[in-house]
Design a binder for this molecule. Structure first.
Ligand code: DCP
Ligand code: MG
Length: 499
C-alpha cells in the first residue's frame, strides 16, 4: 500500500506480483486495513497467486475456489458477485417478425438480399435449421434455404428497441455493460443482495421483455461474468439457467470442448487440440502446458477451467469503442475513381453523424479498400482530434490518391483513436450547412453531386442517412455514373461534373 497524491492507492496482487489490479479507493485508514485484510483472505483462498508459473496443486483446485466463495458468503452473508447476462434471441429477425406477424414462424434472413453481394446479419431459428447463420455469405444462405424470406435490416429501429431494453435492464442493475445492441452483463450484486433475489430479477426481466416489447431473450444468472454468459447460452432460445457457484460451472463444462471457455476461438482451440488438450478437464490436468502454449491467455484459461473469474462488470463507456467506420460493397466492381470520391463524401458524413451520436472525436482517419481480387488494404493518417466530415473527407481523399488505382469492390472510411475530447474545435458538416458556409470543400462537392446525379443531397441528408437508404443511394449513384460515363466515352452529350 502506498500513499499517492492525497489518496491511498491500494494495489492488490492477483497473481503473485505478476498481475496487479489497482484499486484507488477513497477511504479512511481503518477501512483500508479492513479491505486489505478481506482481499488477502479471498485471494489466499482463491489461490490467485501464480508463483513463477509453478502451480500449487493444493491451492489451485476447484474445491479451494468453491470453499473460498462459500467462506465469503458465510462471512458477509452475500456472494462476492451476482451477475445476470441477457441476450435477445435472433434479435433483428425477432423485431421484424414482431412488427409483421406474417413473418412469424418462417425462415427469415436479415442482411443482404440473395441477388446482392453481402452477408447474413442474423436469421430466425427456423432458418438456422437449414444451417444458415450470421456472417454467412448470402449466396450460400440462399443455396441452403431458397424458400427463406430475405430482408434488409433497419438499424435505426433496432437501436430504438435496444434503448427500450436498456430501460428494463437498468431498473434492476447497479452497473450495466452493453456488449451489443441486444446483449449485456448486469451487475445485481448490490441490488439483489442474495442469489435467490437475483434469479427473481432475471425472471421479471424476461417477463417484462415479453409483455412490454413482445420479444424473447435468454438469461443466465451466475456468480461470475463468464459463468453468466455460459448460462444464458445454455438453454437458448427463450432460455433461463442458473450457475450459483464455481463448482456448478465446472461440473457443467468439465467434459465439453475447450471452446466453451470465453476467449477460446477456433485458432486457440486448434493449438490446444494439437497438444491433445480437448476438454476443460484436459486444461485442468495440463495447466503448465497450457500456460507455456498460450502465455497470459493460457493462465486465464487455467483459472476459468477451475471456475475462477472475478472480472467486474465495466459500465460501457463510448470511449471504449476503437473506431467508427462506414463501408460499402458495390453490387458491381468500380474503377472510376472520380465516382469513388463522391462516395467518400457520403461515407465521411455518415461517420461524422455516428461520431456525433456517440459524442466522440478521432485522432486518425482510415481508408479501407478491397480490390476485385479480394485483396484488402487499409491506409491511415493521423489528424488533430476531430469528427468533422470535411476533415475526414479531405484526409480520405489524400489516402485514396496514393493507393493503386485498380478495380475495387469495397470502399470504407473511418476514424480511430477515439476520445470524447476535441483538440481543435471544428464545426461539423451539419453545423456548416446550417450556417450556410459555402466555402467548404464538402459543401461545394455536394452541390456538384446534386447536378451529376440529379439528387437533392443537401436537403435530404436525414433521409439518406437513415436505415439502409445510404446503401441504396450509393447504388443508385453507381448505376447513374456508369450510364453517364458510358455515354461520355461513346461520344454522348453528357459531360460529368467532377466537382
Ligand atoms: N449481427 C450482425 N452481424 C453478425 C452478428 C450479429 O449484424 N455477424 C447483428 C444481428 C443480430 C444482432 O447483431 O440480430 C445480435 O447478435 P447475436 O449474436 O446476439 O445474434 P442474434 O441475437 O441474432 O441471435 P442469438 O443471440 O439468438 O443467437
Ligand atoms: Mg442475441
Amino acid at each position: 500500500m502506498k500513499y499517492a497524491g492525497g489518496f491511498y492507492t491500494i494495489r492488490f496482487a492477483d497473481g503473485g506480483g505478476t498481475k496487479l489490479r489497482e484499486n484507488r479507493l477513497f477511504l479512511k485508514r481503518e477501512d483500508i486495513d479492513k479491505e486489505t485484510e478481506k482481499r488477502r483472505n479471498i485471494n489466499n483462498a482463491l489461490s490467485l497467486r501464480r508463483p513463477s508459473m509453478a502451480f500449487d496443486k493444493e491451492k489451485t483446485d476447484t474445491d479451494t475456489a468453491v470453499s473460498a466463495v462459500k467462506q465469503e458468503t458465510e462471512r458477509t452473508g452475500k456472494p462476492e458477485q451476482i451477475i445476470i447476462h441477457v441476450d435477445m434471441d435472433a434479435f433483428y429477425a425477432s423485431v421484424e417478425a414482431r412488427d409483421n406477424p406474417s413473418l412469424k414462424g418462417k425462415p427469415l434472413i436479415i442482411g443482404s438480399l440473395p441477388s446482392e453481394r453481402g452477408v447474413v446479419a442474423t436469421c430466425s431459428y427456423e432458418a438456422r435449421k437449414y444451417g444458415v447463420h450470421s456472417a454467412m455469405n448470402i449466396k450460400e444462405a440462399y443455396r441452403l434455404c431458397p424458400h427463406g424470406i430475405y430482408m434488409h435490416g433497419n438499424h435505426e429501429k433496432y437501436k430504438r428497441v435496444s434503448e427500450q431494453l436498456h430501460q428494463i435492464w437498468n431498473a434492476y442493475a447497479s452497473k450495466s455493460e452493453y456488449l451489443a445492441l441486444d446483449e449485456a452483463y448486469l451487475d445485481v450484486t448490490d441490488t439483489a443482495v442474495t442469489f435467490e433475489k437475483a434469479c427473481e430479477f432475471a425472471k421479471i426481466i424476461k417477463k417484462r421483455t415479453k409483455d412490454e416489447l413482445h420479444l424473447n431473450c435468454s438469461i443466465g444468472v451466475a456468480y461470475s461474468k463468464t459463468a453468466a454468459k455460459t448460462a444464458s447460452e445454455e438453454k437458448k432460445p427463450d432460455g433461463y439457467y442458473e450457475i450459483p457457484t464455481p463448482e456448478d460451472y465446472v461440473n457443467l463444462i468439465i467434459d465439453r470442448d475447450v471452446r466453451v471457455l470465453y476467449t477460446v476461438g477456433s485458432k486457440t482451440a486448434a493449438k490446444l487440440h494439437s497438444e491433445g488438450i480437448h476438454t476443460v478437464r484436459d486444461i485442468q490436468n495440463n495447466q503448465e502446458k497450457v500456460v507455456e502454449l498460450l502465455g497470459k491467455q493460457g493462465w486465464w484459461l487455467t483459472r476459468l477451467a477451475r471456475g475462477i473469474d472475478d472480472s467486474k462488470v465495466t459500465p460501457y463507456k463510448p470511449e471504449d469503442a476503437k473506431s467508427i467506420s462506414r463501408e460499402i460493397t458495390f453490387q458491381e466492381n468500380v474503377n472510376d475513381f472520380s465516382f469513388l470520391k463522391d462516395v467518400l463524401v457520403l461515407l465521411a458524413i455518415s461517420v461524422e453523424r455516428r461520431a456525433q451520436r456517440s459524442g466522440l472525436f478521432g485522432k486518425g482517419v482510415t481508408l479501407k479498400i478491397t480490390y476485385a481480387d479480394m485483396k484488402s488494404i487499409t491506409r491511415s493518417k493521423t489528424i488533430e482530434s476531430s469528427r468533422s466530415a470535411d476533415k475526414i473527407y479531405e484526409q480520405a481523399l489524400l489516402l485514396l490518391d496514393r493507393v493503386p488505382h485498380k478495380t475495387i469492390r469495397l470502399i470504407g472510411v473511418g476514424i480511430h483513436s477515439l476520445s470524447s475530447r476535441e483538440d481543435d474545435k471544428q464545426l461539423s458538416f451539419a453545423d456548416l450547412l446550417s450556417e450556410q458556409d459555402e466555402n467548404k470543400i464538402l459543401d461545394a462537392r455536394l452541390d456538384a453531386m446534386n447536378k451529376s446525379y440529379g439528387l437533392d443531397f443537401k436537403n435530404n441528408l436525414d433521409k439518406i442517412f437513415s436505415g439502409e437508404t445510404l446503401y441504396k443511394t450509393i447504388e443508385y449513384m453507381r448505376k447513374k455514373n456508369k450510364s453517364v460515363s458510358y455515354k461520355t466515352k461513346t461520344g454522348g452529350l453528357h459531360e460529368r461534373n467532377k466537382g
